[in-house]
Write a protein that binds this ligand. Structure first.
Ligand SMILES: Nc1ncnc2c1ncn2[C@@H]1O[C@H](COP(=O)(O)OS(=O)(=O)O)[C@@H](OP(=O)(O)O)[C@H]1O
Length: 362
């Protein structure tokens, strides 16, 4: 069932008591003063509603593309920011005096959540007449990424993201996009180099370091987050949806919709046809057409070496999630020996889960 935005509308003074009463969840709406912090009788309060769908990563797996596409859907309303980053950054700013160093006490974070959740909700404005007809969403790949920059962010805050999300929005539906690790590693490497060029930080050599650990930690954190979905802990929720944009946006997007409880959508009618007949959500912004056509292929030597380095990670992934169709090839040194891990598990349990995951929306 889709968790649409809904009333009754809370007023800002009700925010904390509603939180204490367990009356806050995905779709909960709150009125907030529009146009500044000093409400006047003439100010019509804007309504903001907590998200029902959150894409938690992986970074560089096409999360922006997903956001662009979903924004075209008539029943979906995106956050105002490209990435909200509340559970791993914003909430930290709400902590009294700030915290530097490891966050040992979850209670501090929960206290900040209790008093600042309406600031998070404020990132999802919804016109009053759309309440009940739309659900809000955001994407923040940082939710599934361990923080490396420890200077301004509470060290270890990412460990608490699943608890905080579940506490605020028990019904939230999560999406973890995955991408072939080799392509993803290159994308992150290029991104890191660009940042290094701009900020002289992180130091250039660190861009190439710890790629396997980096990839695996995003995977593990992402899988950990998905377990907090309703039924996730008991049912051992599989990762979903698992697909790459490169395989065509329509089926991926419809799986995301099904997961959010929405009906299948005719994306062709919403998107723009690209020059080669493929679809894009925006002729200039979408990467479905523009960048894919211009992206240079990976150098074979780089691809082989990176895939070999990441193969142990992939094997662990397949062992931990046997119901998933293994999406990527293993390194040449190990693929022959990998045997059954190369095939998706077709046991009744996995088939049942697959049916639930890929069921056509009503
Ligand atoms: N449709 C489609 N097909 C294939 N690849 C695609 C698609 N859309 C986005 N991308 C690629 O995804 C990379 C950007 O991912 P993100 O938007 O998640 O990046 S970010 O984490 O928000 O910075 C970035 O990868 P690189 O170009 O390799 O850097 C995009 O090109």
């Amino acid at each position: 069932m889709a968790k649409f935005t809904h009333g009754p509308l809370l007023s800002p003074s009700d925010a904390t008591s509603a939180y204490d009463a367990g009356a806050v969840d995905s779709g909960t709406c709150i009125t907030l003063p529009s146009g500044g912090s000093t409400p006047s009788p003439a100010t019509v309060p804007a309504v903001s509603c907590l998200p029902s769908l959150v894409c938690v990563g992986m970074a560089k797996a096409g999360t922006d593309e997903l956001r662009g596409w979903l924004s075209l859907h008539p029943n979906l309303s995106s956050s105002t920011d490209r990435e909200v980053q509340y559970f791993n950054h914003g909430i930290f700013r709400a902590m009294p005096g700030g915290v530097v160093g490891p966050v040992h006490h979850r209670s501090l974070l929960e206290a900040a959540l209790r008093t600042s959740w309406s600031e998070y909700a404020a990132r999802f404005p919804v016109p009053r007449e759309h309440i009940g007809r739309v659900l809000t969403f955001e994407k923040s790949p940082g939710y599934a990424r361990p923080q490396h920059n420890l200077s301004r962010v509470a060290n270890g805050i990412e460990r608490h993201v699943p608890f905080l999300m579940r506490r605020l929005m028990p019904s939230v539906r999560l999406v973890l996009l995955l991408r072939d690790p080799v392509a993803l590693v290159r994308s992150r490497f290029v991104h890191c180099l660009r940042q290094a060029g701009r900020q002289r930080r992180p130091p250039l050599p660190s861009c190439g370091g710890a790629v396997e650990r980096d990839y695996e930690s995003m995977l593990t954190a992402g899988a950990g987050l998905l377990r907090l979905e309703p039924g996730g802990a008991a049912g051992g929720s599989p990762l979903r949806p698992v697909a790459e944009f490169a395989s065509g946006p329509s089926s991926l997007l419809n799986r995301v919709l099904a997961h959010a409880g929405l009906q299948r959508h005719d994306w062709r009618a919403s998107g723009y046809p690209g020059p080669d007949g493929s679809l894009t959500f925006h002729p200039r912004k979408s990467k479905s057409v523009r960048e894919r056509a211009s992206r240079r292929p990976l150098l074979p030597g780089f691809e082989a070496a990176t895939r070999d380095a990441l193969t142990p990670v992939l094997i662990r992934f397949r062992t931990q999630h046997p119901c998933l169709r293994p999406p990527w090839p293993l390194g040449s040194a190990t693929s022959a020996a990998s045997g059954p891990t190369d095939r998706a598990d077709t046991s009744p349990l996995c088939r049942a889960r697959g049916a639930r995951t890929h069921a056509a929306p009503q």
